[in-house]
Design a protein around this ligand. Sequence first.
Ligand SMILES: [Zn+2]
Length: 275
Amino acid sequence: MKRYLYTAVIILVMVVALSLYHIVKSGYSLHDIMHRGDVTWRLKDREIRSRLLAVPIILYHNIDGKGVFSLSLDVMRSHFQLLRERGVRVIRLSTLTERLENPKPFHDKVVVITFDDGFLSMYTKLLPLAREFGYPITLFVYTDNIYHRAEKKLTWAELRELEDSGIEIECHSISHADLKKLSRKKTPESKRQLFEEIYLAKRIVELYLRKRIKYFAFPYGRYDLSLIDLCSNAGYERVFSTDYGSNIITRNNYCLRRRHIKRNTLLMKIESILK
Ligand SMILES: [Zn+2]
């Protein structure tokens, strides 16, 4: 009789140990299993977990309210406010790329904000707004758009001020040419221009801003595999397209996607990106 009892205790211990192992492996806490055992909770939990692994990078252009790629300051503010209201944390681009190398889920919903081209509104409107909200932002500039002295254009001195205030500057070519079109030509001239647009542009921004440039955004979001190779050889750590979708941190992609927000993008659409 004692022997049966002994065997039963061993089986019971094994069953408990196995169940605990499955709970730990499933990622749910014992509290979750006991107190919110119904399926909808589990689904919601899983949904949040997948969002914690998928990071959207938002792409804006200008804040002067003119043209399809430019938002008014009020609309821009409402987008920044929405992030705050929804509890979405704005992280640095480098925080995301570090996670790609060391993948683990974020503890909360995060998003990256980028601006392309380098318009004067980056200094006059974005800088005060970014300071007010405390959001780190990355700005991709093309060097032909940056001046030494200008009233209606951004200058290198203003770029340095942006950089000192937490808006990180990265590279977006020299002339904003369609690099995919250039890449197809395969002539000595097109090859030389590609070298300039990708490598020389990096060196120019590095010299003026006295920092190492790590990222390159393709003009018009257009690229091909040979351009990705060129960027990698030029020393860029990551490149950025305007391909639709979020970036999964367990996939260590070199070319990252961005969600382009235009003037006619509805607030509802932005909410769905952040979800
Ligand atoms: Zn651009």
